[in-house]
Design a protein around this ligand. Sequence first.
Ligand code: EPZ
Length: 433
Amino acid sequence: MSESLVIKGFDGARKLAGSVRVTGAKNAALKAIAGTILFRDEVTLSNIPEINDVERMFELLSLLGANVAQKKRGVYEVLVPKTLSTTMTPEIAKRFRGSVVATGPILARFGRVSFPHPGGCLIGSRPIDLFIEGFKNMGATVHLKDSVYTVTAPEGGLRGATFFLKHQSVTVTETFMMAATLAKGTTVIKNAAMEPEIEDLANFLNTCGAKISGHGTPTITIRGGKLLSGKGHTYKTMPDRIDAGSFLVLGALAAKELTITDCNPLHLEALIEALRTAGVHIETTKNTIVVRAGNKAYTGVGIKTHEYPGFPTDLQAPMVIFLTQAEGESMVFETIFEGRLNYVEALSSMGASIVTMDPHRVLVRGTTSLKGRNLKSPDLRAGLAFVIAAVIAKGESVIHNVDTTIDRGYEDIEDRLRAIGVEVERVRDQSAS
Ligand code: EPZ
C-alpha cells in the first residue's frame, strides 16, 4: 500500500507565509551514523532527521550487531561492540546509496565486509568501481559472487594509500576518509569532493581523535590511528541545505513572505545567487533566509549543476519548476547524473514548456501556467519539485509513492507544508503505485 500527497493548487496566487524549520541534513547524518563504527565507545548523535533513509541506516547497524538507542526525537546513542557481523543485509543496503559509506569503517575496523551493489534512485547507474579500486589501493582483496562483493583487508589491516578520484564522488570521498582513520600510515585523497557534509563529518571525527586535514579542499590527508572515542562529545547534524533550498524555491514562487530558520545560507550561495539574478528578493542572516514577493516578473537564468560549491544537482529539479515561472529561455545542464532529468516529461504534462536537448540538457521556456496532475515521483528530489509545481498549479495534484521517495529525505513534509499555508493531505493509495 503506497501513500500519496493530495495538493490543492493556488494557480499562482501567493498564499504561503510564516516560517519553516530546516531539519538536520540527510547526507550528513547517514555518514555520521556509519562513522560510529570507528568508535570504541558510545556515540551520541543529535539533530538527526527522522526520515526513512536514516531509519534504514540504523536498522543496518542494528542487524550487524550494534546497539542503537533513541533517547528522544532526533537524538540517538550508538555503541558498536568489539565483534560485529560484517555482512550487510542486501534487502536494506540496496534501498539507499548512503549505505555504501558503511563499507569503509566496517572493513577498516573488522578486516572484512560484504555488501550488494548499493541501491539509490533512478537518477543514474551509480557505479561503485571507485570503491572497489580504492579498497584494492589500500591492500584489500575483492571477490564478487552472485552480485555480492566480499572485501578482505590485508594482514595487519588496511594500508594508507594515495588516491586520485576520477570523479569527485561524495560517498567515495567519505568512505575512504573514514577507512583511512584506522589504516596503517597516511592516506591522501586528491580530487576529493568538497561538500560541506564532508567537512562537517571530518570535524566531528577529529574532535574524537581522528587526524584529518584538508577536508573541504580537493586534497584530504588522513593519518591512520586508533579507534575513536565519543566520550564527552555529541555530534550535532548540520542543517540540510537541500531541505532549505527546496523551501526557498517554494517561497519564491508562492509566498508573500517566508522565513526559513535553522539553516546555513553560506551552504546555499549558488542557489541564492541564481534566484537573486532572476529577481527574487532574498535576505539572509547567520541561520535564516527570508524570501519576499516582489512586484516584477522573474527572468530566466541558465543553470549548470556542479560539485560543491557549484549549483547542487539535488536542487536542479526544484529550480526547473522555478524557471517555468521565469520569463524567457533558461538552459539547464545536469552534469552529474545521467538520469536526473527524467521528471521533465511529467512536468510538461502539467503545461510546462521544456525542450530536451540531450540526456543532460533541457531548455525551459517561461512563463507557463501549470495544471494539477496525477504525478509519480522518480526520486526524492523530483518528488519535492512536484510538490512545488502542485502548489503553484491550477487545480488538484496527486503525487504518488511519497513513502518511497519524498519520505526518504524530508521529515514531516506535509506538516511543515501545511504550517506555512499549503493545502495538502496524505492518503493511502488504493491502486498499486
Ligand atoms: C552524494 O552522492 C549524495 N548522496 C547525492 O544525494 C548527491 O546528489 C551527490 O552526492 C552530489 O552532491 C549521498 O550523500 C548519500 P555518486 P555521491 O553515486 O557523490 C560517479 C540525494 O538525493 N561514480 O558517487 O555519492 C557517478 O557516476 C542524493 O540525497 C563513479 O563513476 O554520488 C557520478 O557521476 C542523490 N564510480 C559521480 O561519481 C563510483 O564508484 C557521483 O556519483 C562512484 C561514483
